[in-house]
Design a binder for this molecule. Structure first.
Ligand code: IVH
Length: 671
């Protein structure tokens, strides 16, 4: 074979394999068998070996783990996604208004809209159906994230009414509500994951996730603010907003039609105050010329339209003195630096502390003792240090460096590859980690123990009464000592011991969540107890068995295996079991409705219209059995959207029939 021929073949095979990888991993719709895929991959590898000069770094043979595409398909925008010019004060806005009037005269109106702080999204609809969702990307082309966007409840998959054009594009902003942000970010911390800095990062991180079922768990919303059609349908932007609303899109209710720049100014003044009452972040106001005809007359610069501009709110900023940097050690051992500040009033509240996030942030700020810092509270909940006022720095003031040893127990800190946080590895002996784990265990979402609070845990720990969670269940043997200590009244001791006794009735899922295993949040704990029924099955489960359970991916599976692999953890579980805690899930009694699936075995994987638990019930009520892992004993794999590739691969290797939920219902005669 000549080098030219080899080059051509390598390119053709690479392109073909990339397409198959995409079909397989992104669309979950393989077009060829694994065997055929492997043959082609082998052929490509052989050619590349013979002609190494044509080996490209992005060849399917070079990717880690074979050929997993961690990327989204790139799609070119039909109309470029431009940005907006920014203004920051009244004068700049008056200048904008002057430019407009010079170009089109005085007869025009503005539409004022809130400027949502999220990520922009372009949606294409065909015959009323959502066809494609693409991120802004570089403005010319972006990532195709349709599967993820389909999980956003407020984005219609099917439009209402019938007066929409057969084909159009609509743009808007995807964002996360502040309440959901706080809840999910707290959950991340509880599960031992890094929190997101603000709702915008959380929303954009979510849209770019590979696993759409994970996206579905993080509620996003989307306001639509611009319609693109081949032929103009309306005369004004305002009309188009009303129309798209009637087609079922979420259009923000605070937009306002203004007759002149004074009206715009009034809108801005109003929302500079009211923005703190909203349930989502905005960072300014967008002002658009209403008439499409006038928009066309005004045209575009290279980067942005001349007919629209944004007005950015000033984030309120104050200066204050840095008193000290202290550190919080979380129950997972993550060590978070906190700036202690001289109290100062900011956006209506007194600020005494600001998070410094992690060691990287401290490096960026390069703090010195006695520094004066600028603190800002934008839309974000936690105040942030923007930078240091270098003019006020005292000459020779020593720097404040991130600690290298745990501030609580002195153990040298370690860093996990790819993570910004440093951890104290002494999880069995570091006091705040121990008390933090106990506080998590007794917490409202876990064992919800009445009569026992965080402070009591600290006291009981410092006095040597408790070292492990299981010690709570032998506290009754120390009732007299507790009374003698004089710290607690008789009544509160009785209440505490009663609360502890009652907690023995808490269901298995609460106990499992309470153990505080990394990445095992409330929902995951529940799914695990449903799937594995008892702790012994869960401890014995292999990686393959774990990942067939609903919502369990490899990251969670590895965390469980690591946790149960530690002897001390298993001993602790034994002590808790001996104390009478629940480690078996309450079985729901199956009422048999038919024998249609008798003797047949199933595994359900992926996302469906019904929940997987519902499908599981249906199978069991008709005599079928759910297996715990894919093996030759399996009769059917019921596959939904976004099923994990490893399961699909395994089932295909074993020639197990892969059926849809509809086909399953068909087996019952239900469709
Ligand atoms: S209109 C060509 N309207 O701000 C004009 N944009 O800085 C297209 N944004 O990329 C944008 N709220 O992500 C428009 N009500 C609103 C908006 C809005 C937020 C974002 C959008 C855009 C960026 C421009």
């Amino acid at each position: 074979m000549s080098p030219a021929e080899a080059k051509q073949q390598i390119e053709a095979l690479s392109a073909e394999l990339k397409q198959h990888s995409y079909n397989y991993y992104v669309l979950a719709m393989p077009a060829i068998s694994d065997f055929e895929f492997d043959k082609k991959l082998e052929a490509l590898a052989a050619l590349e070996k013979q002609f190494p000069e044509f080996l490209e770094p992005d060849s399917p043979t070079q990717n880690v783990g074979g050929f997993i595409t961690k990327e989204f398909k790139q799609v070119k925008h039909r109309w470029p996604m431009l940005s907006l010019g920014n203004t920051y004060n009244e004068q700049e806005l008056l200048d904008f208004d002057q430019r407009i009037r010079k170009a089109i005269g005085d007869n025009f109106q503005y539409v004022c809209e809130l400027k949502f702080d999220g990520l922009s999204m372009s949606l294409t609809y065909e015959n009323g159906k959502l066809l494609r969702a693409v991120t802004r990307g570089d403005g010319t082309q972006g990532d195709e994230v349709t599967n993820n966007v389909r999980t956003i409840q407020s984005i219609p998959r099917q439009l209402k009414g019938g007066d929409y054009p057969a084909e159009f594009e609509i743009r808007g902003e995807v964002f996360m509500h502040l309440k959901a942000f706080e809840r999910l970010n707290n959950e991340r911390v509880e599960n031992g994951e890094q929190p997101y800095a603000n709702p915008r990062n959380f929303a954009s991180g979510t849209v770019k996730l590979q696993d759409s079922s994970e996206v579905a768990k993080r509620p996003l919303d989307c306001f639509l603010y611009f319609l693109y059609t081949e032929k103009p349908l309306f005369k004004t932007h305002w009309e188009s907003l009303q129309a798209v609303k009637s087609w079922g899109f979420h259009v923000n209710e605070h937009s306002r039609l203004c007759n002149d720049i004074d009206g715009v100014m009034a809108f801005i003044k109003e929302w500079d105050k009211r923005r703190f009452d909203l349930s989502y972040d905005i960072d300014g106001i967008v002002i658009k010329v209403n008439s499409y005809g006038q928009q066309e007359e005004l045209g575009f610069t290279a980067k942005s339209p001349r007919w629209a501009i944004s007005y950015k709110f000033k984030a309120e900023q104050v200066q204050t003195e840095l008193l000290a940097v202290t550190y919080q050690v979380g129950r997972t051992g993550a060590v978070t630096p906190v700036a202690n500040l001289k109290p100062v009033l900011l956006a209506g509240t007194t600020v005494k502390r600001a998070t410094l996030h992690n060691a990287n942030e401290m490096l960026r700020l390069d703090l010195h003792e006695g520094d004066w810092v600028f603190v800002e509270k934008g839309g974000e909940i936690i105040p942030k240090i923007i930078n240091v006022n270098l003019e006020k720095r005292v000459a020779g003031a020593p720097t404040i460096d991130y600690v290298t040893e745990c501030p609580a127990c002195g153990t040298p800190l370690t860093r996990v590859e790819g993570e910004a946080a440093f951890y104290c590895p002494n999880d069995g002996g570091c006091p705040p980690q121990i008390t933090g784990k106990m506080q998590h265990f007794i917490g409202r979402k876990a064992m919800n123990i009445d009569g026992l609070g965080d402070e009591t845990i600290e006291t009981l720990y410092s006095k040597g009464f408790i070292r492990h969670i299981s010690d709570l269940y032998t506290l009754d043997q120390h009732a007299d000592e507790l009374k003698q200590m004089g710290r607690f009244g008789e009544k509160s001791i009785t209440n505490m011991l009663d609360g502890i006794e009652k907690s023995k009735q808490m269901p298995f899922e609460k106990v499992l969540f309470g153990l505080g295993i990394r990445y095992i949040g409330e929902t995951v704990a529940k799914k695990l107890t449903i799937h594995f029924k008892n702790i012994d099955n869960l401890i014995a489960a292999t990686l393959d068995e774990l990942i067939v359970a609903e919502e369990i991916g490899e990251r969670i599976a590895h965390s469980l295996i690591e946790y149960f692999g530690i002897g001390q953890h298993r001993q602790e579980i034994e002590k808790l079991r001996a104390a009478g805690l629940q480690f078996v899930s309450e079985e729901k009694e199956v009422v048999l409705q038919s024998e249609a699936l008798a003797g047949k075995t199933f595994i359900i994987s992926g996302t469906f219209e019904k929940s997987r638990d519902e499908l599981k019930d249906i199978i069991e009520q008709n005599g079928g059995k759910i297996l715990s892992s894919i093996s030759a004993k399996l009769n059917y794999l019921v596959a939904g959207d976004n099923m994990g590739p490893s399961k699909l691969e395994k089932a295909q290797k074993l020639n197990i029939p892969i059926i849809s939920d509809e086909e399953l219902m068909g087996m019952l005669g239900a469709v």
